[in-house]
Design a protein around this ligand. Structure first.
Ligand code: ZN
Length: 486
C-alpha cells in the first residue's frame, strides 16, 4: 500500500516537473525583431574595394615599443583618407588629437538630440611574411576578396564608416543628431595614446553620447552549438585585463649541486596550482543574455534546456566549460604566457619569473584576482606583482532594452539578411573601454560576416574580407546613420 502511494506521488511529481518544463519552454519566445530586409544602396563597390585596398597599403603597424613604430605611415594614411573622401573632409569638422588620433564631427541640426559616436582604429598588428597567398600589405583584390592586414581588423570598419558618410553627403542627407567618428592608433598595444586621449578630450568638452559603437564582435556562423544560421553577436560588455608576474629569488650557483627546490621549480609549482584551481564558473550577465536570445532559436531539446536553467544550469555550465571558446564566457581565465629562468643550461637561476594573463569576468575585479592568486599560491617566496602597462577592469554592461540597442538590432536585421542578433560578452579588450564614461550604451560590433574557418586570419595569415561582406558593411553604416540620426 505504502509503495503504491510512493509510486503515485513520484509519478505526480514527475508530471508536475514535465508540466513546468513544458510551460517554461512554451513561454521562451523569440527575441528577434521582425523587420524586412531593405534593398541595398547603389554603392560603387569597385571604387570602395579599391579604396580599402589603398588603406591596406599603408602599413600602420603598432608596437608596444614606440621607437619601433613608423609614425610616418600614420601621417601617410591620414593624407590618403583626405584624398579618398573629399566630401567628408570638406563638410565635417576634423581634429587631430595627440598627433595621430582622428576625430570627425558631422554636426546635426537638432542640438537637443544626444550625438552618437562610431569608433575604429587605424593601426594593425605586425605580419610574418610567410604563408600569405597575396603579400600582406598588397591590398590585392582577387577571388571576390580584398586581401591583407587590416581588412578584418579594423581598417574595413574605419573605411566602411567613411564610405557611408561620403555616400550620405553625396545623397544630400543631413543628420538631425550629430555623428562623431573617432579613429585611434596603437589600439593593438593598449590604445592609451590614441583612443585614450580622444576619450579624455571628449570628456573635457562635457560630451555625452546616446551610444558608442566599436569593434569587438562580428557575425559568425557555426560557432554557437545548436544554431546553424548566421548570428550577429553584439558585445554589451568586455572582460577586464590583467597580467601578473610571479617572481622568486634564489642564490644561483652551479647546476651540478642544486638545492632541493630551484627558483624555477618554486615558480612552476605556483603556476601549476593556479592551473589546477581555475576561477569559479558563473553563467551571468551578457553571457547569460546570449542564451536568452539564442535559446528560443534552437531545436526542441536545447530550447527546453535553456528555458529551464533553474534546473539545468550546472549541466549547461559543464558543457560551456568543456571548450576554451565558451569556457572564457563564464569565468575569469588564467593563461600562463611567459617563463624565465637562468640564461644557460648549467647555471642555477638567481631569479625565476612567470607571467600569467587574466581576462576578468564582469563582477570580478583586478584586486580580487590578485588576492585570490596570492591565496591559491600560498607561498611567501613567490612575489605577485601586476604589470601596470595594460590593466583594465571589466567594463560595465550596456543595456539590451535601450533605444540604442534596438536601433543597432533593427539595422542589423535590415542590412544583414537571415542573421540572428544576440548580445554577448567580448573576451578581448577594445578601445571602447576608454569611452564607457561617455555613454551608458557602449556596444561592440563590426557588421562583417566571418566564416568559422576564416576567424584565425584575424591577427594571422591571409586576413581578407569578401567584397560581399564589405558591401553589407557599408550598407549597414549608411542605414545605421539614417536610422539613428534621420
Ligand atoms: Zn582591432
Amino acid at each position: 500500500m505504502l509503495t503504491c502511494i510512493a509510486i503515485s506521488s513520484l509519478a505526480a511529481l514527475l508530471l508536475i516537473l514535465i508540466a513546468i518544463l513544458a510551460v517554461k519552454t512554451a513561454a521562451f519566445k523569440s527575441k528577434q525583431l521582425i523587420v524586412d530586409f531593405k534593398a541595398e544602396y547603389p554603392v560603387d563597390m569597385d571604387a570602395a574595394a579599391g579604396r580599402l585596398s589603398g588603406a591596406v597599403q599603408c602599413p600602420t603597424v603598432s608596437n608596444l615599443d614606440e621607437s619601433q613604430v613608423d609614425f610616418e605611415q600614420l601621417a601617410r594614411f591620414r593624407e590618403y583618407l583626405a584624398s579618398s573622401f573629399p566630401l567628408v573632409h570638406s563638410s565635417l569638422d576634423k581634429q587631430v588629437i595627440n598627433k595621430h588620433g582622428l576625430l570627425y564631427c558631422w554636426k546635426g541640426s537638432d542640438p537637443a538630440k544626444k550625438p552618437i559616436l562610431l569608433l575604429a582604429h587605424q593601426d594593425v598588428v605586425p605580419v610574418t611574411e610567410e604563408g600569405w597567398t597575396h603579400a600582406p600589405f598588397s591590398g590585392a583584390i582577387a577571388d571576390g576578396h580584398i586581401w591583407g592586414r587590416g581588412t578584418l581588423d579594423d581598417k574595413d570598419s574605419l573605411m566602411g564608416m567613411l564610405e557611408a558618410v561620403e555616400y550620405l553627403l553625396k545623397d544630400g542627407f543631413g543628420p538631425a543628431r550629430s555623428i562623431y567618428m573617432a579613429f585611434g592608433f596603437q589600439e593593438e598595444v593598449g590604445g592609451r595614446e590614441g583612443a585614450g586621449k580622444i576619450a579624455e578630450f571628449l570628456k573635457s568638452q562635457g560630451l555625452q553620447f546616446e551610444y558608442v559603437i566599436d569593434e569587438g564582435s562580428v557575425a559568425v556562423q557555426g560557432l554557437v552549438p545548436g544554431i546553424t544560421s548566421w548570428v550577429a553577436l553584439v558585445g554589451t560588455a568586455e572582460k577586464g585585463y590583467l597580467s601578473l608576474e610571479l617572481l622568486t629569488e634564489a642564490g644561483g650557483g652551479h647546476a651540478a649541486w642544486p638545492p632541493h627546490e630551484s627558483a624555477v621549480g618554486i615558480v612552476a609549482t605556483a603556476v601549476a596550482k593556479l592551473q589546477k584551481q581555475p576561477f569559479p564558473a558563473r553563467l551571468a550577465g551578457p553571457a547569460a543574455a546570449l542564451f536568452e536570445y539564442l535559446g528560443p532559436e534552437m531545436s526542441f531539446p536545447n530550447k527546453m534546456i535553456f528555458a529551464n536553467l533553474w534546473l539545468f544550469r550546472s549541466i549547461v555550465k559543464g558543457k560551456l566549460a568543456a571548450k576554451p571558446g565558451t569556457d572564457a564566457l563564464i569565468r575569469t581565465t588564467t593563461a600562463p604566457t611567459m617563463f624565465r629562468g637562468s640564461a644557460q643550461d648549467n647555471v642555477l637561476p638567481v631569479l625565476a619569473t612567470a607571467v600569467i594573463n587574466f581576462r576578468i569576468l564582469p563582477g570580478d575585479t583586478t584586486a580580487g584576482v590578485i588576492a585570490r592568486v596570492t591565496e591559491v599560491i600560498g607561498d611567501p617566496r613567490v612575489k605577485v606583482t601586476p604589470l601596470k602597462k595594460l590593466l583594465f577592469e571589466p567594463s560595465p554592461a550596456s543595456p539590451t532594452d535601450s533605444w540604442s540597442f534596438g536601433i543597432i538590432t533593427k539595422t542589423i536585421r535590415e542590412a544583414l539578411p537571415a542573421t540572428l542578433v544576440a548580445p554577448t560578452l567580448v573576451l578581448t579588450r577594445t578601445d571602447c573601454t576608454y569611452f564607457t564614461g561617455l555613454s551608458a550604451c557602449c556596444y561592440r560590433f563590426v557588421p562583417e560576416r566571418i566564416p568559422g574557418d576564416e576567424l584565425a586570419s584575424i591577427h594571422g595569415v591571409n586576413e581578407r574580407i569578401s567584397i560581399d561582406s564589405y558591401r553589407e558593411m557599408i550598407n549597414f553604416y549608411i542605414r545605421l546613420m539614417q536610422n539613428s540620426c534621420g
